[in-house]
Design a protein around this ligand. Sequence first.
Ligand code: ADP
Ligand code: GN1
Ligand code: MG
Length: 362
Amino acid sequence: MKQDLSTIAGLFRMHGLFVAAEPYGTGHINDTSKATFDQSGTPVHYIFQRINHNVFKDPAAVMKNFSRVCAHLGARARARGDARGAIDLIAAKTGESFAVDGNGNFWRAYCFIENARTFDVIESAAQARLAAQAFGRFQCELVDLPGERLIDTIPDFHNTPKRIEALERAASADKAGRLKEVKKEFDFIMARKEECGILLDLNAKGEIPERITHNDTKLNNVLLDSSTGEPVCVIDLDTVMPGLVHYDFGDMVRTSTSPAMEDEKDLSKVFMQFEMFEALLRGYLDSAKGFLTPAEKHYLPFSGKLITLEIGTRFLTDYLEGDVYFKIHRPEHNLDRCRTQLKLVESIESQYDKMMKLLESL
Ligand code: ADP
Ligand code: GN1
Ligand code: MG
């Protein structure tokens, strides 16, 4: 790894001497490393990422969006004297925002944000509120991104009906011979198929606007300050593109309300904690209420259910296809992940009236 990464680092405009690199983080898609450089006697850290070009078919387009968003958010952060508020990309020696190695892999490098960390499981309602504020502010700051429409880095990324069609195709093909094990999960999803197009239909009718959204607002995609817990920076910008605000709020509900890991095997530990939902809603509205329309607000509780069902559908599809998309660490990994999502959907459904009442009261 050390040898490989020092060669990769040589493709970028780095200062100092390469010292070491180690794999970093728990993401399911890209390969991330933290590297140390010795700059005139001071150790300085960087993140290097190999973009997964199986998932992102056009990595140059990803980087075009990525660098526009970083420049815009970076200017905002600098204006408020915040050195950690935005990802600071290092240019490649070609002058571009990415480098391509001899094997056709796409790489990017950025400054490591110090004294900040991510969480895979929510720890408190206060933390949920702060994380939601950060994602709401992220959307708010991108409302006035200048220039042309961002590129769809993965077309139909949050098109839930199409995700369900993909599951149906995977089930018919049954490539990995696993369909017989997952009948219950498959039926659970199919029973909810009709509700999945609601937001897209409203968007098509002009009742809900397209915005710039993050589209992957997992709790572990926001860095929080290691000492104060305050939000520092929203990361993982590959999927920043046009979308509905519900994709972001929904993924917050999916990843920040259950006290269990996304791949927990004991499903009795998986459920939506209402106080976390309340904290997310309050935190998100704190920073996003200035631009949200009444129709957008109305569907926030529904989005939690929709996006949880959608990601559950994607995990099951990948399981049926033989684990070709998400990184796995055990054979049943995608199935375990699917099951937690479906359990969470049930829990959200059982608290839905209360969620709507809370929204109305705010
Ligand atoms: P993935 O798409 O694989 O999830 P991420 O961009 O989320 O990749 O990065 C993986 C992990 O690396 C993050 O969860 C975070 O812990 C860490 N990380 C990413 N960027 C930075 C950064 N600029 N500073 C510090 N840590 C970072
Ligand atoms: C992936 O990259 P990461 O781990 O933050 C995935 C998301 C899923 C998530 C499920 C590009 O996110 O869409 O919701 O896993 N990213 C992509 O944990 O597919
Ligand atoms: Mg990530």
